[in-house]
Structures are given as C-alpha cells and as structure tokens.
Write a protein that binds this ligand. Structure first.
Ligand code: GLU
Length: 452
C-alpha cells in the first residue's frame, strides 16, 4: 500500500461540532494506524460564509480533544493551483467558460466555468458501503468555478486531494452524491482515484439528523459544560464503531490500535447525552484523587461564590469524596451548588424547629437524644473525628437502642438543615467536631425555646 495520507477538511462556516470532531478522529485513527500523514485543510472556498473565527475554533477544539496533524493548509492560499487546474481543463477542451446570468445577482452577466461532462456511468468502491454506481448524464455540464479565480468546492477538493496525494477520503455519507462529480473532475485532470469511505452520520435521540436546533452540537459547549476531552473523544469514537475487543472505554492510542475502517457501522448511531454522561463519569471515577481535587476545587469555589457561604479550603478538600461520587460532569457541581446542596458544609444552616424532631416524636425527646449525642461526640478525640465510621461507632448503639430515626433524624437535620442530605456521620466528619457540636447545641436551644 502507498504511504497513507488522509485529511481533515472542515469548512470554517460554523463552530466545530461533534460531526467535525468525528471526521477528524476517524481520519486520525486510520492515519495513525497506518503510520500515515495527516493534513488539516481549512476549506474556506465559500468566501461569504467562511470566517477565521470558526477556523480558530475548529483548530482549538480538535487540539483540546487531543487530535493533531502534520501539515496545515488553507484553501484560499492554494488558489494558484486551482487556477492552473482550471486553465489546464479549459486548454484541453475538458471545461469551458460560459457567459450566463448570475445566480446571485439576477440581470448581471457572469462568466462561469463548466466541466464538459462525458456523461458516463461512474462506479466506485466504498470501504464501508461496497460498490456504488451513478449515472452522471443527468448532472449535465456542471459548474466548477464561479470564475477562473473563484473555484467551487468540487474543483478545489479534487485539486487539493490530487496535489497533496491523499490516499484515503474518509468522510460523512452526505458526500456520497458529490463523489461522482468529483471523480469526473479527477479523471479529467488525470489524478489517481483515492480510496473512499463514507460513514453514516450521528443521529439525535429522535433518530433525525443531529443539528444545532436539536441541542448542543458545538464541541466548545461540551467543553464549557465540563466534559473531559478524553471522555468526549472516546464516546465520539465508539459511536458507530465496534472495536474488535468489544471494549468501550478506550484511550486514543487504544482506539488507534483497534481501528479498522471495515468495522464502522453502516447505519447511523444515536448521539445519546445520557450515554455521554455515563462515559464522562467513568473517566471521572478513574481519575486519581489528586487530579480530581485540583479540578473540582476550582469549580466548586467558583460555583459557591454566589451562594454567600464561608469558603473553607479545608472543608472543600474533605468534601471531595462526596463530590466525586455525585458528579458525572463538572457542570453538575454548579447545579448541585446552585441548589444549595453544599451550603451547609460551609455555613451553619437554619434548621426549621418544627422539622427537627422525627415525625410523631415530641421536641423534648429529640432534645434529649441530641444532648446524649453531644456527650458522646464530646468525648471522641479530635483526631478520630475525621473518619465517619468512628463517629458512627460511638452513636450507633445508642441510636439502635432508642430507635434509629428518633436519634439520627434530628442529628442529621441539625447538621444540614435539609430534609435530604448524606448521613450525619459523613457530614460531621467533613465539618469537624467544633462545628458539629455547635450546630447540635443550637438545635437543642431551638427545641428548648419551643417548649417554653
Ligand atoms: N469541506 C467539506 C465539509 O466540511 C468536506 C469535504 C470532503 O470531505 O471532501 O463538509
């Protein structure tokens, strides 16, 4: 096989979406697997819609995902080769200049370049779809340039692929119908035909084409939400592809090792957000505690600035285990924080006195149990307090004897002020002995005042 050369040729007419990322990933996997060269080619032939801002976003997003390339080109800078190719076609009588009314400005005459279509049947073999045949007669003499200086996409892509020696064109199936046109131009210019592989597109959960209207498709939005690049890349990779090992969680290098174009599915895969969240959670769970903490602490601090709580780095660090268990993606931290789920770890809650006793028990009884717990916790050495099991060990026998709910409900509620929260031992171990005792005593005070 000739040395493999593949390309990522996005049109910079919008932000990098997951489809662009997939196109780049599949080409990357194939290119790397075969020790080939990878070309990034910004196809900015559509002057009206192309923007440098979009190109920058595509470069940035693919880089963030961990993809890389060997060479970078911009179509607008390759115009000389396009012009030469057009001249060559015209000189050889394979294309001609035609004076026509402008499509864009009716009434105005323009000179477009049309390919002289020999009108034959084109058959090409597609690695994923098998043999595909088109009758090109009905395409007529189609336009390949708006003028000699303004080539259209079909001409540019064929000349670029031909000049760069692209061996494999791996792209979405929306380009299948473009292929016969491109082969006609290719043959007229005498370029070798690359190997084609057209893969099906991602579908949204209603099985329609994934689109901006149907939710987030821009990579930068997933990034802002706090998905991990490796998780997003892995998810994009295995959607519509079954690696021979059957594994789903794979690093980029492992995907390269397992990749074969032939194993891409023939039908579209659903881009399922829940599955993506699951993937991300798997990656978060695999993360070392130190790495998790470094990233989660900043997110938590930022999320809590609006909550008017007393930030404590020490408490936040102790909270990390709990955070690690509860989040699938970084934005979950913002959401939980926004719902006040972390407030009581930092600032004393304002428990409602009516809710303090367990249902159907008297305030005096709740106060009595809390008094007993204060005694027990008081005697527990500070050093033991950081381990929830130690706290549990001293309180549990008493709770068993008096009725778990009767003791543990007022205890937990006095610590968190919330009907739902983690168990009281975990909360106490995070907020520490002094804070725990202060809150329990405050709750006893409330209950006593209620009695008077
Ligand atoms: N620039 C085209 C696009 O973004 C890709 C062309 C190709 O793969 O041949 O859809």
């Amino acid at each position: 096989m000739k040395k493999v050369k593949v390309r990522f040729p996005p049109s910079p007419t919008g932000y990098c979406h997951v489809g662009t990322a997939r196109m780049a990933l599949l080409n990357f996997l194939f290119g790397k697997k075969h020790g080939g060269t990878i070309i990034f080619r910004s196809e900015d032939t559509d002057k009206a819609r192309s923007k440098r801002e979009y190109e920058d976003d595509i470069v940035d997003s693919l880089t963030w995902l961990g993809l890389a390339w060997d060479e970078f080109y911009r179509d607008s800078e390759l115009i000389d080769t396009h012009r030469e190719a057009l001249k060559k076609l015209i000189d050889a009588g394979k294309a001609y200049v035609s004076k026509e009314e402008s499509m864009r400005e009716p009434g105005k005459e323009v000179e477009v370049v049309r390919l002289k279509n020999p009108g034959m049947t084109i058959t090409f073999s597609d690695v994923i779809r098998g043999e595909i045949t088109f009758d090109t007669t009905e395409l007529g003499d189609f336009v390949i340039a708006r003028s000699i200086d303004d080539p259209l996409y079909h001409l540019a892509v064929v000349v670029d692929d031909g000049e760069m020696g692209i061996t494999h064109v791996i792209r979405g199936e929306e380009h299948i119908s473009n292929t016969p046109r491109q082969i006609l131009i290719q043959e007229a210019l005498g370029y070798e035909r690359p190997i084609y592989a057209h893969y099906p597109l991602f579908l949204s959960s209603d099985r329609a084409k994934l689109s901006k209207r149907k939710g987030d498709v821009a990579v930068k939005e997933y990034r802002a939400e706090g998905f991990l690049p490796e998780a997003l890349l892995n998810f994009i990779g295995i959607l519509g592809w079954t690696p021979p090992s059957g594994r789903e969680i794979l690093s980029l290098q492992e995907m390269v090792t397992e990749f074969e174009l032939e194993n891409l599915h023939k039908s579209g895969a659903v881009f399922d957000m829940e599955k993506l969240r699951w993937f991300n959670r798997e990656y978060l769970l695999k993360m070392r505690d130190d790495d998790f903490e470094a990233l989660a602490l900043d997110r938590l601090r930022a999320a809590l600035t609006e909550r008017k709580v007393e930030w404590s780095e020490g408490v936040a660090r102790k909270l990390m285990r709990l955070v690690h268990e509860r989040v699938s993606v970084w934005s979950d931290i913002d959401e939980l924080a926004g719902e006040g789920e972390f407030d009581y770890f930092f600032s004393d809650p304002q428990p409602g006195v009516a809710e303090l006793p367990q249902k159907n028990t008297a305030p005096e009884e709740a106060a009595r149990h809390l008094e007993a717990v204060v005694q027990m916790l008081h005697e527990l050495p500070d050093a033991d307090f950081s381990v929830p099991e130690n706290i549990k060990a001293v309180v549990w026998p008493y709770a068993e004897e008096k009725g778990r709910g009767n003791v543990l409900w007022p205890l937990r509620y006095s610590l968190s002020g919330r009907a739902k929260s983690p168990d009281p031992f975990l909360i106490a171990s995070i907020i520490g002995k002094d804070t725990s005792l202060r809150r329990i005593k405050a709750a006893i005070g409330l209950l006593e005042r209620m009695r008077q």
